[in-house]
Design a protein around this ligand. Structure first.
Ligand code: NAD
Ligand code: GLY
Length: 354
């Protein structure tokens, strides 16, 4: 088992190991702040059907009363009405501040549960149990919590760190292919922003053959970034590589193109544009496209530069008429650049495939 310490406003461990789900009752019993007497397992219908009974059984064996809150799977549930239902359920169950929420699932579950935990009775503890690759390598770590509004993703949220992250890579065995690809896009992102050697390994060895190490490496990179910039005012923005255009793609597709696929398109497009502008070393875009193809990820968007730039402009990372974008200088090295928002369309125009 790997244990990675995250230093933040609330410090905690990320445990990564096959079979950890069978030990989560004991792990949760030993949480800082004391053993909770009650827990609510928050999960979508698909994940709960697979791992809900096991999770509830673990908690009950440890002497922790467990109630489920199950919502329909999918991004549409990361919304105000499900959030409100969750809070009303917690209140109806008379959950107190010494109790616990357990986020069992992917990024949707983690973001929703984290936000409910941050706001219910001004904050109760929560545990992240990521069951998608994307959640394992990214969303379960670092304390970004949010729900969506009709006009945009993650428009309401806060930074609120979990008490522990328990990642059992065996849960990824039931993950559909497309969801696995989504997570691989974020994995490749880590390589592009800060670790060329990791990228080389992803090129030569199928990530699924060493997935526990892949998760460990990504979480260690995220640890290093979060410990320097928990509240996303500087270095943490590197984690948004591919996301400005990616969010544009998601929005243009009315959220039919999933997050990871959109980020892959966004990373490839930004890298081509950076190469054409002479910022990024030659050959990087081709190398990235080849790696994306290895993991069946696309490298171009189906939208016009005008539509994509307009949708990306609505991104919340815009501040005034300035926009911060993450630009690769080489494979394994990215920088944060501030550009006039009006220049984004020129970047998108420079990002097309020949
Ligand atoms: P998700 O939570 O919707 O899960 C994807 C699908 O996989 C769902 O249908 C779910 O039922 C299913 N699933 C999950 N685990 C499974 C398993 N083990 N076996 C079978 N099916 C399983 O989506 P996601 O891709 O995990 O997360 C995307 C969300 O994460 C987005 O809302 C995004 O904004 C957010 N996100 C947050 C952060 C952060 O730092 N907080 C970072 C990246 C992404
Ligand atoms: N996933 C982006 C972040 O955690 O900052």
């Amino acid at each position: 088992m790997n244990c990675i310490h995250i230093q933040a406003s609330r410090s905690y461990e990320v445990l990564i190991g096959n079979g950890l789900l069978h030990h989560m009752g004991n792990i949760i019993s030993g949480l800082e702040g004391g053993k909770p007497s009650r827990a609510v397992i928050v999960s979508d219908d698909q994940v709960f059907a697979l791992y809900g009974a096991q999770t509830a059984g673990q908690l009950q064996q440890a002497g922790i009363a467990a109630d489920p809150f199950i919502f329909p799977h999918g991004e549409a549930s990361k919304c105000m009405s499900v959030y409100e239902m969750l809070l009303e359920t917690l209140s109806g169950l008379r959950l107190t501040r010494s109790d616990l929420l357990v986020a069992l699932g992917g990024g949707v579950t983690g973001d929703l549960t984290g936000f409910a935990a941050a706001t219910y009775q001004r904050g109760i503890r929560y545990v992240q149990i990521p069951t998608t690759l994307l959640a394992a390598v990214d969303s379960s770590v670092g304390g970004k919590t949010a729900i969506n509004l009709q006009h945009g993703k993650n428009q309401v949220g806060c930074f609120y760190q979990p008490s522990i992250v328990i990642c059992d890579p065996e849960t990824l065995r039931t993950l559909p292919e497309e969801e696995y690809r989504n997570g691989m896009s974020e994995v490749i992102k880590y390589g592009m922003i800060g670790d060329e050697a990791f990228l080389s390994c992803l090129e030569t060895e199928d990530a699924s053959d060493w997935i526990e190490d892949v998760i460990r490496i990504c979480v260690m990179m995220k640890r290093d970034i979060v410990s320097q910039d928990e509240f996303d005012t500087g270095k943490r923005m590197l984690l948004n590589f591919g996301h400005t255009l990616g969010h544009g793609v998601e929005s243009c597709s009315h959220y039919q193109i999933p997050h990871g696929i959109a980020v892959a398109m966004g990373m490839a497009a930004m890298t081509r544009a950076a190469e054409r502008k002479g910022i990024c070393s030659k050959g990087t875009a081709e190398r990235l496209s080849k790696l994306l193809a290895c993991y069946e990820l696309p490298d171009e968007t189906p939208y016009s530069p005008e539509d994509l730039a307009a949708a990306a402009m609505a991104d919340k990372k815009k501040s005034g008429d300035q926009l911060r974008i993450v630009v690769p200088e080489a494979a394994g090295h990215c920088i944060i650049q501030t550009i006039p928002a009006a220049e984004l369309e020129a970047w998108v125009r420079a990002s097309g495939k020949e």
